[in-house]
Design a protein around this ligand. Structure first.
Ligand SMILES: [Zn+2]
Length: 472
């Protein structure tokens, strides 16, 4: 190793010695350019119009942030759309595009710890991402629907429709001010503040005051049937469903029930969020709901659901199990987000374990039997080849991350053999990392601390080593 010379007085190319450009990425091993260095965003005020007739989005994004170093320049992430102007604290700023990086040079350097507001005027036709190996080629991001638009951006494509520091380490609150042709509605994260008609347009203003990772942002446009109220447990609920979705028949404990799609999503959203509030700790957000659209790509149905904060999005009618899965992510993924994407099993493994619990609650089978069903895969199956704690970028959404991750938690539960202790681990996890981020190492340390067990070998076998676990 080499020892570097002291750099305390390193000169910058900007003249003022202590101001340096922020890094183009936040330091994620799978996504080196996602997020940005040198500042932390605090609030996004996204004003935009969208017209399904032209597919065009035109917007002004106002982003409040705090510098974490003396900044001569900083980046936002933005793909494809055109930028017409950028200001910082009201003064015109120079900008340059370099791939997905929008490089912004303010007139004056920004001092560490100072707050500043960046305003980006931008527009264009947002392009759906198709063929990316990250999601096995499935279309994702900004989907154009027959009556509007549908956004599901995990892990890296929020930047296809607004300028953003696109990484879960940099959470913010959000306000949406969306203008659409009269007759259409907008459903976004958080709470509807108001809507009003302006000529032949209507404006919809939504607000999510709690910290939100950028991949969980959505503002879906179209015709909606809406049902509002409170869950049986008292959480304010807002469900929006595309009127073309068909009725849903659900069979439970041998009895079939037929409902409208609106009632179906409303009822199961309420039932699941109340169950998880008792299981994983208090619901971390103020409101809950669902956005169920009729989203297709080139006429083909999409199997798309995403745990967008406070209101998961569904591209069609889904099962109660899927609704329960997405709502468990409000704790595991949304409130407690991955610190870096290699920790993705902290989202998907935990949501799969939630499916085990849901199956027990719904009357399908016990969590132990769900574990056995997943575990019954042959030892020779390639399913067992993945290292769950570091699955690699293009297999981060492989079924093993979900199913083996879920098995890991049920195996841990049975090893601890005391539900009070086991669920205390989960509830402490959601409380200690509320609105923040977590890593696998932090979770395994917490599990050891609360259970009093040495779990080194357990986690080594289940999440750090390929191959089917045989003893743990
Ligand atoms: Zn999931």
């Amino acid at each position: 190793m080499f020892a570097a010379a002291p750099a305390a007085h390193a000169a910058s190319s900007q003249g003022d010695g202590n101001f340096q450009p922020g890094a183009p990425g936040i330091g994620d091993p799978y996504f080196p350019l996602e997020g940005n260095g040198g500042y932390d965003t605090q609030h996004y005020d996204l004003t935009f119009s969208y017209d399904p007739a032209t597919d065009r989005l035109d917007g002004v994004a106002k982003i409040r942030a705090k510098a974490t170093q003396n900044l001569s320049r900083f980046d936002l992430d933005l793909q494809q759309l055109d930028v017409s102007s950028v200001t910082v604290d009201g003064s015109p700023a120079d900008f340059n595009r370099d791939g997905q990086e929008l490089q912004i040079t303010p007139k004056h350097g920004l001092h560490a710890n100072s707050a500043f507001i960046t305003t980006v005027k931008y527009g264009g036709v947002p392009q759906t991402i198709v063929g990316s190996p990250i999601v096995f080629g499935s279309p994702y991001g900004f989907l154009h629907t027959d009556d509007g638009a549908f956004m599901g951006d995990e892990p890296n494509v929020a930047s296809t429709w607004f300028p953003v520091s696109d990484h879960p380490q940099d959470k913010s609150s959000y306000t949406f001010r969306v203008t659409v042709p009269k007759g259409l509605g907008v459903v976004a994260n958080g709470q509807l503040m108001y809507t009003r008609d302006v000529g032949d347009q209507s404006l919809w203003v939504w607000n999510e005051p709690n910290p939100m990772a950028s991949y969980l942002v959505t503002a879906d446009i179209g015709r909606w049937l809406v049902k509002q109220g409170r869950t049986p447990g008292g959480i304010p609920e807002y469900v929006a469903v595309d009127p073309v979705l068909p009725d849903v028949t659900t069979t439970r404990n041998g009895t079939s029930t037929k409902q409208s799609a609106l009632d179906f999503f409303y009822d199961y959203t309420g039932e699941a969020i109340d169950l998880w509030s008792k299981t994983f700790g208090p619901y971390p957000f103020d409101v809950v709901g669902a956005i169920a659209d009729n989203a297709t790509y080139n006429g083909q149905p999409l199997g798309f659901s995403l745990e967008t904060q406070t209101k998961p999005v569904y591209s069609a009618v889904r099962s109660p199990n899927t609704i329960a899965h997405e709502l468990s992510h409000q704790w595991f993924g949304d409130s407690v987000s991955v610190k870096t994407w290699d920790n993705i099993w902290l989202n998907e493994g935990f949501a799969t374990f939630a499916e085990y619990l849901w199956g027990e609650h719904f009357g399908t089978r016990s969590a132990h039997d769900a574990f056995l069903a997943d575990y019954s895969r042959a030892a020779t199956s390639s399913f067992w080849n993945l290292v769950i704690a570091d699955p690699q970028r293009d297999t981060m959404f492989a079924s093993a991350v979900y199913r083996r991750g879920g098995m890991t938690l049920q195996a841990l539960r049975e090893k601890i053999n005391d539900d009070a202790t086991f669920f205390k681990i989960l509830q402490t996890w959601t409380a200690e990392h509320k609105y923040g981020n977590g890593t696998t190492a932090e979770f395994t340390a917490l599990a050891e601390q609360i259970s009093g067990l040495d779990l080194d070998n357990f986690f080594k076998v289940w999440i750090y080593t390929p191959g089917k676990p045989t003893s743990w």
